[in-house]
Design a protein around this ligand. Structure first.
Ligand SMILES: [Mg+2]
Length: 300
């Protein structure tokens, strides 16, 4: 089931609001705002798929509302259609220049409004799907490495600014080559997907991210998690894998599929490259020490 797409109607005229709401309600979830301030507040709170934005409003006009939507990362990508009594070409041009998807002149025609709304919402769906494909690993359906790099960079900036912890853990499936050799690649893919699902199910705090870093290596990004909290997450993944007990007859480590993990928590003055390298170095230590374990960088 596809949830209904959300459309925010911002117009200071109650009749316009009511007419547009009636039109849209059968097909979309409709949110209403009676002025620019309310439009910004509702947009930030509900993140609609599309805003039908009146230009002439008493507090903030539609152009200013669009500028502020674009300036806020939460609302920057929301599609906006101006619905305006300002019918001059220069007004339409200004709206489009500011980044509006479309411009509908008042008095509007209901069929045209519905057709344009449908068209732009279809474009929103297509864009989301492309973004999704660009960010997701096809095999495991976890975030891919590119997505991890983006989120890591953003979370690093946030952690620095707020002086909150940030932890990274790298997980590597033990003896995965032997698994593939013994059971075949289709079984190897299934095992990798099972490990990925298990990891994803264990990182559930807001902001946590599980990604496939490459091959049989996963990375967990845990904002606001100190070493103790983050390590406990990795232990949960390992416990859940134990319970899953995917047989691995060819493993020199255990009769079931296991992982080695290395982790580190951000140190003052450290950058993302150094933090990641520390997690990687501790993964290496975990493997050197016999695999099937977690080694976390100790606090200085
Ligand atoms: Mg108005």
């Amino acid at each position: 089931m596809n949830p209904l797409q959300k459309v925010l109607v911002a117009d200071d005229d109650p009749t316009n609001r009511a007419v547009l709401a009636e039109l849209l309600k059968p097909e979309y979830t409709v949110l209403l705002a009676k002025d620019g301030t309310q439009a910004l507040e509702r947009a930030a709170r509900h993140v609609p798929d599309l805003v039908l934005l009146d230009v002439m409003m008493p507090d903030l006009d539609g152009f200013e509302v669009l500028r502020r939507l674009r300036a806020d990362p939460r609302t920057a990508d929301i599609a906006v259609i101006f619905v305006s009594g300002l019918g001059r070409p220069e007004d339409e041009a200004q709206g489009l220049k500011l980044g509006a998807a479309d411009y509908i002149a008042k008095p509007f025609n209901a069929t045209v409004v519905m057709a344009r709304v449908a068209l732009h919402l279809q474009m929103v769906r297509q864009r989301r799907m492309l973004e999704h494909l660009a960010h997701v690993d096809g095999l495991t359906e976890l975030a891919n490495r590119r997505r991890f790099d983006e989120v890591f960079a953003a979370e690093f900036v946030r952690a620095r600014k707020r002086a909150t912890p940030l932890s990274v853990a790298l997980l590597d499936i033990d003896a995965f080559k032997q698994y593939n050799d013994h059971y075949g690649h289709p079984a190897g893919d299934r095992a990798l997907r099972a490990v990925a699902r298990t990891a994803a199910a264990c990182v559930r705090r807001p902001g946590d991210l599980a990604a496939r870093y490459g091959g049989e290596e996963l990375v967990l990004l845990m904002p606001e998690a100190d070493a103790g909290v983050a390590r406990a997450v990795v232990d949960r993944v390992r416990d859940a894998l134990d319970r899953l007990a995917i047989g691995h007859e060819a493993s020199p480590v255990a009769p079931v599929l296991t992982v080695s993990a290395g982790g580190a928590t951000l140190l003052p003055g450290e950058d993302t490259t150094a933090l990641f390298a520390a997690a990687d170095a501790h993964l290496y230590r975990a493997k050197q020490a016999g695999r099937n374990r977690v080694v976390w960088r100790s606090a200085p």
